[in-house]
Design a protein around this ligand. Sequence first.
Ligand code: APR
Length: 253
Amino acid sequence: MEDTAGRLPDEAVEKLRGSECLVVLTGAGVSAESGVPTFRGKDGLWKDHRPEQLATPQAFEKDPELVWDWYHWRRSLVREVSPNPAHYAIAELERRVPDFTLITQNVDGLHLRAGSENVFQIHGDLHHARCSECAAIIALHGQEGLVTCELCQGQMRPNVVWFGESLNVRYLELAYSAAGRSDFLIVAGTSNVVQPAASLAYAALGNGGYVLEVNLDPTSLTGSASATVLGKAGEVLEELVRLAFGEPSESRV
Ligand code: APR
């Protein structure tokens, strides 16, 4: 394991250049440079509530307005910001490596806005709501208060995966399959504490894949990854793509 402070190992650049199957796993740190607060740490607090206290079915049952307000605040915030160089670098990687899979824990939609096309948003997305009763899904366009389902009058809830809820099984199968066959996996901007995303890197390592971690600080993965680069995701990923592939193939969207 190589631990570098902001410096990209030559081996990582060379292996990425030759990669035939690439997986990128992202967390909140990838959107931090866009101005979206991460979950853990002091910036993750909202009106003295921790995300873990709000992102649960029990919290929604107890106080739906409070939880809805938190999601409304996050949606409004995300609409005001733009993708950053980390999102664009990852979109560029999709154009460079044919067998490419992007798995994100982020619900902000910024990868799609940066031009990524195939994205597993394994924790759902902020911009849709789902009926708690009939599972109908609607797009949200700035509605502030709680929304009732027009089909069955059920209570609409954010279309995200809360703590204690199961992830989409098919997504998980595809994510593990991609990680297991990947020759290169990038883990960027995640604290690696929430399963199952935290174990995807081990699926790659177990099959001889090269795992590059990019984070501001060391995490539980740091001792096991092939290399960890400590730095801002936007700066490190932009540099990684430039060193491996040269200048971007398309202008930014
Ligand atoms: N560049 C790289 N890494 C960064 C940056 C940055 N600019 N800013 C912050 N980080 C790192 C932090 O050091 C931390 O390790 O990003 C990580 C963010 O961790 P979390 O806030 O725990 O976010 P994440 O790992 O995505 O959380 C997983 O937990 O609350 C749930 O469902 C929520 O999807 C989320 C999941």
